[in-house]
Design a protein around this ligand. Structure first.
Ligand code: F6P
Length: 324
């Protein structure tokens, strides 16, 4: 392998820059040329490439977002789009590709790799932590800290006014952000897509906590765990059925995707970036670098999208006990 391209794809995540930096520097270390692809697979199809050296990635380890920019490409889903991407790679004499992104990006990458026999290694980066084959994804830890920090602030005002706050967090179909940030921020209840507690149980729980002397409460609500309602409908449902509660809603939104990456995410990104280049040099293809029991591992693409990750029952139990 003499030339490796690297791109970021899908929703951005804090730590993507640190991952690009690690890939570039691992290439330089191994005397391999490195090329950055702008705007994910869209830029791959258009040949939007730039040579990167060790100094091109200076002062990036601490920056959120992705300097290569990211996109969700519709064209790459089509055989014509992938053919065009292949031609661009050949034209530039690129031998292998590192894709930094989420499972959607790996689906496209996997198809491309098998169609053209082109070596691709993935690095999991998404705030959702929803990828099989890795204990953590890059950006998740930073997002958790952002949510906890926001909920701490909400708690101040909730407490001053004796209010109940519903705080909506991201995560797509995964409740990892809600569950872990909810425990970390001391939430009263945590609503996640993996476990539908039902409206009745929610009301009972809130009623019980009011009677136990709690003056204010925080309910962390995953974006797809809203018990068949949207968060504003849920707020008015609670106010109608438990009039003693004054309810407010905060949707945290995209602040969860930005910000300075945490130390954990920077280290994870650095390890997986170096691991990706090592993997290509070992001759691997169609694998994702994962962190499993704190060891860097290659996981075949075919193993990461099979079934959905299950939520940790122990965490649910802890959340229940400590919110009493
Ligand atoms: O996958 C990351 C994520 O932020 C999800 O948590 C969320 O559902 C989605 O992306 C939002 O996507 P967009 O930025 O395209 O609105």
């Amino acid at each position: 392998i003499q030339k490796i391209a690297v791109l970021t794809s899908g929703g951005d995540a804090p730590g993507m820059n640190a991952a690009i930096r690690a890939v570039v520097r691992a290439c330089v270390y191994n005397e391999i040329q490195c090329v950055g692809v702008y705007r994910g697979f869209a830029g791959l199809i258009e040949g939007d490439f730039k040579e990167l050296d060790a100094r091109s990635v200076k002062n990036l380890i601490n920056r959120g977002g992705t300097f290569l920019k990211s996109a969700r490409s519709k064209e790459f889903i089509t055989p014509e789009g992938r053919q065009q991407a292949w031609e661009m790679l050949k034209q530039d004499n690129i031998d292998a590709l590192v894709v930094i992104g989420g499972d959607g990006s790996f689906v496209g990458a996997s198809i491309f790799a098998s169609e053209f026999g082109f070596p691709i290694v993935g690095i999991p980066a998404t705030i959702d932590n929803d990828i099989n084959g890795t204990d953590y994804t890059i950006g998740y830890d930073t997002a958790l800290n952002t949510v906890v920090d926001a909920v701490d602030k909400i708690r101040d005002t909730a407490n001053s006014h004796n209010r109940l706050f519903l705080v909506e967090v991201m995560g797509r179909d995964a409740g990892d952000i809600a569950l872990n940030a909810g425990i970390g921020a001391g939430a009263e209840e945590i609503l996640i897509p993996e476990q539908n507690m039902g409206l009745e149980r929610l009301l009972e729980s809130l009623d019980r906590s009011k009677k136990s002397g709690k003056s204010s409460s925080i309910v962390v609500v995953s974006e797809r765990g809203q018990l068949g309602k949207n968060i504003f409908e849920l707020a008015s449902y609670i106010e109608t059925n438990l009039p003693e509660y004054e309810v407010r809603v905060t949707v945290l939104g995209h602040i969860q995707r930005g910000g300075v990456p945490s130390c954990y995410d920077r280290v994870l990104a650095s390890r997986l970036g170096v691991g990706a280049v090592d993997s290509l040099l070992r001759g691997e293809n169609s694998v994702m670098m994962g962190i499993v029991h704190n060891k860097v591992k290659s996981v075949p693409f075919s193993d990461i999208t099979l079934d959905f990750r299950t939520i940790d029952e122990e965490l649910i139990r802890v959340a229940d006990i400590i919110s009493i």
